[in-house]
Ligand binder design. Structure first.
Ligand code: NAP
Length: 517
């Protein structure tokens, strides 16, 4: 039986690719679900339609009106949530709680931008700072303004967040008045396509405001023109291709890159086995290793602990990991589902081999039986905790991101050593710090801030309320320097910067008043 060929929404209408299509597969059962194909699409026309028709219609609205569009999208997505969960189970192999991180995380982020956008009122451009005199008298001044960019925002997304990955970017883009073309990762494109389909069919967005291209990325970068934007999430290798493309390298298309990251969790000196801080670290490491089977760019990959706590932490984390049941997400006893595909499973196994050359295996979930699925078919793997007592010498541990339920325990001598080890990631998305002395945590946080996009401090008084090391909250910046890609997303209304162009207007106060910002 041939499966459904998902349509692309381009140039304001639904269009099927003309090729046979690439199958999307259930990573637990191995069955074909749907197919995607982008062969034969007129991409230059797609981009021109979005830029001209979609962009003009969005920019004709005020920030408040566009915030209203986001609120309308939230309602549509909420009404169709059940279908999204079914798709996520089938196509991503995730248990319900893990699907929620993606689906409800995306809806929550949209809702936040709808609320924040309201506060921007009926303006069509944003004021940036106060006017500055250009001479001794205040008769001629400089006022910076931010205006929506007049191009399209192309999103090339990773497989692990087909829902959140779209909406965390589309929310600030649409609020800014910039039309979106999303190209989801092929493996999990179904959920992105369905969400876009529901929003388009509800008719809440102007034509050209939201397009989806499912299938090959061929030709997408070539369709960009100088005022467009590209946001890429994925591997460092593909990121290098994006950066090197003429659109970016020659025509200054603005690019936001989110790539690999070797995030750390740091247990500060002074903790003792079993105390509150120790337990908080252990719980968080296990959560981060197992949520979405470790397929989160923000997941903890390196666990830095005082030398004396290496063995106690290894034992405590291993004891908790041993209780994690792995297998078919449809079985209610299963806590951790599968990886996204057999290819990803092979990549994790290969990455583990690389790490094992420099690290010992402290807990091996690969030996545990899988629940309700065939190990020869399913892309499931139990969590693996590795450890290396030679934290400085284990180069590969600081260099290879295994995108699965894998973390490595590393002992440090003192705090400067721990901070230096965290920096060996050469720029990461997030570091979490576990301690009880606010002054010491504050010093560590500022030190880590130089090489991390976000620092997450866990103290006993926030044990119940902290939002989790790996959870990306729209209020906080998402993105890290260096190997993490150098991107900057979210962070409240700061996210709008990427979708606006800053310019200085030099004029008399009367002219500046007339700008209406
Ligand atoms: P990937 O292979 O680099 O693919 C990412 C996206 O790029 C997919 O949509 C892919 O399309 C597309 N692509 C592939 N080749 C391309 C080309 N030559 N030109 C333009 N686009 C191209 O990465 P992945 O394996 O899906 O994602 C896993 C990685 O993403 C991990 O390393 C993880 O750390 C990173 N990640 C980072 C973040 C973050 O926010 N920093 C978030 C999530 C994931 P196809 O699927 O059709 O090949």
């Amino acid at each position: 039986m041939t499966t459904e060929l998902l349509q692309n929404h381009v140039a304001g209408r639904w269009q099927a690719g003309t090729g046979a299509g690439t199958p999307l597969v259930d990573p637990v059962l191995g069955t074909e679900l749907v197919r995607v194909d982008a062969t034969g699409l007129d991409l230059p026309a797609t981009f021109a339609f979005a830029r001209q028709t979609g962009g003009a219609a969005l920019r004709a609205l005020s920030y408040r009106e566009r915030a209203g569009l986001l609120a309308a999208i939230v309602k549509i997505l909420q009404a169709n949530r059940d279908a999204y969960y079914e798709i996520a189970t089938a196509n991503s192999g995730t248990v319900k709680n893990d699907s929620a991180v993606d689906i409800d995380g995306g809806i929550f982020t949209l809702g936040q931008y709808a609320k924040w956008g309201e506060s921007l009122g009926d303006a069509h451009a944003l004021k940036d700072g106060e006017p500055a005199r250009l001479g001794r008298e205040p008769v001629f001044q400089s006022q910076h303004v931010q205006v929506p960019v007049q191009g399209v925002a192309l999103f090339i997304n990773a497989f692990n967040f087909p829902a959140w990955g779209l909406w965390e970017k589309a929310a600030p883009a649409l609020l800014s008045g910039v039309p979106v073309i999303v190209k989801p990762a092929t493996a999990t494109a179904w959920l992105t396509q369905r969400m876009v389909r529901d929003v388009i069919e509800a008719g809440v967005l102007p034509p050209g405001a939201l397009s989806v291209v499912c299938g090959s990325s061929a030709g997408l970068m070539d369709a960009l023109t100088p005022f467009d934007l590209v946001s890429f999430t994925g591997s460092a290798d593909t990121a290098a291709l994006i950066r090197g493309h003429a659109a970016v390298a020659r025509h200054s298309v603005r690019a936001n890159i989110e790539a690999d990251s070797l995030n750390s969790a740091l247990l500060l000196p002074g903790a003792t086995p079993g105390d509150a801080v120790f337990e908080l670290l252990v719980k968080e490491v296990v959560r981060e290793m197992t949520v979405k089977s470790g397929q989160k760019c923000t997941a903890i990959r390196r666990v830095l602990v005082p030398e004396a706590l290496y063995s106690p932490v290894a034992e405590a984390v291993s004891a908790r990991l041993a209780k994690v049941s792995v297998g078919n997400p449809r079985n209610e006893s299963v806590r951790m589902g599968s990886l996204v595909s057999r290819e990803q499973l092979a990549s994790v196994q290969q990455g583990l081999q690389q790490l094992e050359a420099a690290a010992e295996v402290l807990h091996d979930g690969r030996r545990a039986a899988l629940v309700d699925c065939d190990p020869a078919v399913a892309a499931c793997i139990g969590p693996v905790l590795l450890g290396s007592r030679d934290a400085d010498g284990a180069d590969v541990v600081h260099d290879v991101e295994v995108f699965g339920p894998v973390a490595t325990l590393l002992p440090y001598r003192d705090l400067p050593h721990a901070l230096a080890l965290a920096e060996r990631g050469l720029g990461s998305l997030v570091a979490s710090v576990y301690g009880s002395d606010p002054a010491e945590i504050g010093r560590a946080a500022l030190a880590l801030a130089a090489s991390h996009g976000r620092v997450h401090a866990v103290t006993p008084e926030v044990a119940q309320t902290h939002t989790g090391h790996g959870n990306v909250m729209p209020m906080s910046l998402h993105g890290g320097p260096g190997r993490a890609g150098g991107g900057a997303e979210l962070g409240g209304l700061r996210a709008l910067d990427f979708y606006h162009r800053r310019a200085a207007v030099q004029a008399s106060p009367a002219v500046l008043d007339a700008l209406g910002v």
